[in-house]
Design a protein around this ligand. Structure first.
Ligand code: KG4
Ligand code: ZN
Length: 345
């Protein structure tokens, strides 16, 4: 079964062709980050306008790269939430149009479920060779969720961020440190040059909960930057290279520790058989390395381009939904605040 997966929930316009939920025939992503860079964050209006102009060319490129035409496609899958309302609408409405024009079934996919199914593009067997349950940590610019996957398509939300998402925290810290957008990759790059964690930042923890909180960590960084006299930057004079590298490392260590601490606790509490990482923050090399060191069950971390937003994960998730008789939806709408799984009582 060949599925065209379409993803436009944030600032990446993406389309991919996936065969049987596990094999990538093509995976095209048109990133808008250069457009948003000069504003230091994502501007929703710009994002939707870019999706509108890029989506059909990206879909055509995905078909060309897979050496297919629309006749080879069995179904169209599109992210319908969570995400930016305007961005989601472009994807959903374009997918509806293609579904009608090509006479193909249409299925709406939860973006978070897509991130989870990236792991099946990276060697997890269709029936899960590791076994269920699986703890999934999805950390990106918009969400930081710990999800228990009890079986295919069966989820329970174990924890979430109470304030900033992990990626958002990286992006805000990068701004304080005078680094570019998106902040995560910049902070990772600077961290690699740091000697040691000489100035540790706090690891916020919420008692008796698997929830996260990152806004206090950002405030702690701002306070240090103020007392060191480089923030707010005066006369364009920001932190020294030494301060940038040391604080980048301290900030990255604090976030990585919080993410690993709660993931480890979730594994213990649920007796899980494996861990899946996903979302843009899972592209962080320090998190990937440390998670593998600390967790003693298999950890599935997709390659970085499959951690950040892409259409392949939507095509993969669609296959497993279609296999399980998920209803098709030509009348679906974008749901910007869509959640995954129910919170345990
Ligand atoms: O999943 P994603 O591409 O889009 C959203 O759904 O948000 O994630 C983007 C986020 C940004 O906040 C970015 O700073 C962060 O992921 N990110 C990283 C890295 N690469 C991207 N954070 C830490 N380390 C990285 N290497
Ligand atoms: Zn995402």
């Amino acid at each position: 079964m060949n599925v065209l997966g379409i993803e436009t929930s944030c600032d990446d316009t993406a389309a991919a062709i996936i065969t049987d939920g596990t094999s990538i025939r093509s995976n095209i992503v048109a990133s808008q980050s250069d457009m948003h860079k000069k504003y230091g964050g994502i501007i929703p209006e710009i994002a939707s306008r870019e999706h509108l102009t890029s989506l059909i060319p990206v879909v055509n490129e995905a078909l060309n790269k897979a050496e297919m035409t629309h006749r080879d496609i069995d179904a169209i899958a599109v992210t319908y939430g969570p995400g930016l309302a305007g961005s989601l609408l472009i994807g959903v409405n374009s997918a509806k149009g293609l579904s009608m024009a090509w006479d193909k079934p249409l299925i709406g996919i939860n973006h978070l479920e897509g991130h989870i199914y990236s792991a099946w593009l990276e060697g997890l067997e269709p029936d899960s060779n590791a076994g269920f349950p699986i703890v999934c940590l999805i950390a990106s610019g918009g969400h930081t969720d710990l999800i228990l996957m009890k079986d295919h398509l069966e989820y329970e939300l174990l924890g979430k961020t109470r304030d900033d998402a992990a990626g958002e925290a990286f992006d805000k810290a990068a701004r304080v440190l005078g680094l570019g957008f998106p902040g995560g990759p910049e902070i990772q790059k600077m961290s690699e040059k740091a000697q040691d964690e000489i100035n540790p930042l706090p690891r916020p923890q919420i008692k008796n909960s698997l929830d996260f909180s990152f806004s206090g960590l950002k405030t702690a960084l701002v306070r240090r930057a103020e007392s060191d006299g480089f923030y707010p930057a005066v006369d364009d004079k920001g932190p020294s290279v030494y301060q940038t590298t040391e604080y980048s490392f301290a900030f990255q260590e604090a976030i990585v520790d919080c993410l690993i601490r709660n993931t480890k606790q979730a594994v213990l509490e649920t007796n899980s058989k494996a861990v899946i990482l996903g979302g843009g923050v899972a592209a962080n090399s320090r998190l990937r390395k440390r998670m593998n060191e600390v967790i003693d069950i298999p950890v599935f971390v997709p390659r970085a381009p499959l951690c950040t937003d892409n259409g392949a994960m939507i095509g993969a998730a669609a296959f497993f939904n279609l296999k399980n008789g998920f209803p098709l939806q030509l009348d679906m709408d974008a749901v910007p605040n869509l959640r995954i799984g129910l919170t345990a009582e």
